[in-house]
Write a protein that binds this ligand. Sequence first.
Ligand SMILES: [Zn+2]
Length: 86
Amino acid sequence: MTLTVLAPLGCDEVVRQLWPHLDGALPESERARIVAHLEACQGCRSHYDFAAAFLEAVRKSHAPDEFASLRFRVAAALRAEGTASR
Ligand SMILES: [Zn+2]
């Protein structure tokens, strides 16, 4: 039997927190759990790599204001997609 101080995050939770995580908007304890999960989970890792590369590409090609609103729309679309496919 293994006991962990913090309950491990499920993949769905990690994916949900991916954008705030990339924004640096999460508290340190939450970040650590996500990083730990990403190190152990190949599936979430590819989500993360994609999201990070996407953010970076968009950030380079847009003005900051434009970027913020675009990212908001993308995040909203992804959430809608996630809810719709359930
Ligand atoms: Zn995972």
